[in-house]
Design a protein around this ligand. Structure first.
Ligand code: UDP
Length: 371
């Protein structure tokens, strides 16, 4: 069979690109080493609950075009992410807002909160924060940093907060209003019935082969069933360093592992996400999946999320965008730019901590450029 594109990886980037390619009349073959489509936004129904198998995915964007695009493939509900943080026996609202500050310091007004933060950082002399620790301290002061950021961040990244880039903490809003919405974006929600249906629709018109590892296929020149495909271009959404056989050394990624259980109760924690910000609790957060869709099932499904360093054999989730890895990525990017008829996309192909809306925007951009 002859294809215009071989899309490696059936995740969100590959799906959006494929959809655009099919619209332009291209023939596309999609392969994925997993036995399902959707990449890490894959959801699977169990007991009437859509389980976010690879971690919580909450769609949020300020881009109307992207909001309208995703809404054309599914109905979105009005879920607003408002996680809770547990530190020892204390419970706080996230993101950092007046509810958090009021609980932390027993105060009421924004001015009181600002005064306390200012008094906690006045001796530090931070003018331009150089790393996550300085950024966090200068935004929220020492108490919030120590209780809600330091332990969580060091668990999630297994790196000292001084060695992490400041932008990671700026993902979270900081507000001096009583508003627990974790995002500042204009549009937010969860697709009713899960994410997998969106990916299925995006791939309509493409041929898909699951359980096929690109690197095995490349080595053998054929798929595991003997099928041989001919193609003019590749969209590669796997690890860019692996594509080039780690020739400059390996990029670092973080991985996550989930311990999922079904509990014989209606409501375990009263929130879709509860973060455990103490270092000594081994998991970073517990997801209770039914709450993403306001589920009323008699049982519930929870996942404890553990963060680990990536090594071959497990799934990479997060690029580690610190200076060292960013410099290494640039070297791979130079090779990628020279690779004829091969394009690199997504969190792993572009080594970027994309949210879903930014990933879709990047796929549109690539489609505009190359199709
Ligand atoms: N973070 C934190 N405490 C929390 C939640 C988040 O310190 O309770 C920090 C942590 O450094 C994390 C970053 O904020 O890596 C970004 O969090 P986000 O929820 O955006 O991460 P994601 O959901 O993408 O894993």
């Amino acid at each position: 069979m002859k294809y215009d594109y071989l899309v490696v990886g059936a995740g969100l980037f590959g799906a959006v690109f494929t959809h655009e390619a099919i619209k332009k009349g291209k023939k596309v073959l999609v392969i994925d080493k997993r036995n399902h489509i959707g990449g890490n936004i894959y959801t699977e129904e169990n007991e009437g609950i859509n389980v976010h198998k690879y971690g919580a995915h909450i769609f949020h964007t300020s881009d109307k075009k992207i909001w309208d695009f995703v809404n054309s493939f599914a109905d979105f509900n009005n879920f607003i992410n408002s996680p809770v943080a547990v530190y020892k026996d204390e419970l706080y609202n996230l993101p950092f807002n007046m509810n958090t500050f009021s609980k932390m310091w027993n105060i009421r007004t924004p001015q009181e909160a600002k005064d306390i933060i200012a008094s906690q950082i006045k001796d530090l002399g931070i003018t331009e924060p150089k790393n996550l620790e300085e950024q966090a301290l200068s935004l929220v002061g020492r108490d919030v940093y120590e209780k809600l950021i330091k332990g969580y961040t060091e668990k999630q990244w297994e790196r000292d907060c001084k060695d992490l880039p400041a932008f990671i903490i700026k993902r979270l809003p900081l507000r001096f209003t009583y508003d627990n919405n974790y995002f500042n974006d204009r549009y937010q929600g969860i697709p009713i019935g899960g994410y997998t249906q969106i990916i299925e629709k995006l791939f309509e018109g493409a041929d898909i082969k699951l359980g096929e590892d690109f690197f095995d296929f490349k080595e053998k020149g054929a798929f595991s069933d003997g099928f041989k495909a001919d193609y003019d271009n590749i969209l590669f959404t796997g690890q860019i360093d692996k594509y080039f056989d780690f020739c400059y050394g390996a990029l670092e990624y973080r991985s996550v592992r989930f311990e999922t259980e079904k509990l014989d109760m209606e409501n375990y924690q009263g929130s879709a996400i509860v973060n455990y910000t103490e270092r000594s609790v081994p998991y970073t957060r517990i997801i209770e999946h039914k709450h993403f869709e306001f589920g009323k099932q008699p049982v519930t499904i929870i996942s404890r999320e553990y963060s680990t360093e990536w090594h071959p054999g497990i799934e990479p989730y997060y690029p580690v965008n610190d200076d060292k890895n960013s410099a290494l990525y640039e070297k791979y990017k130079e090779l990628a730019d020279k690779e004829k008829n091969v394009y690199f996309g997504g969190r792993l192909g572009q080594y970027k901590y994309y949210d879903m809306d930014k990933d879709i925007a990047a796929a549109f951009e690539m489609a505009d450029e190359v199709l």
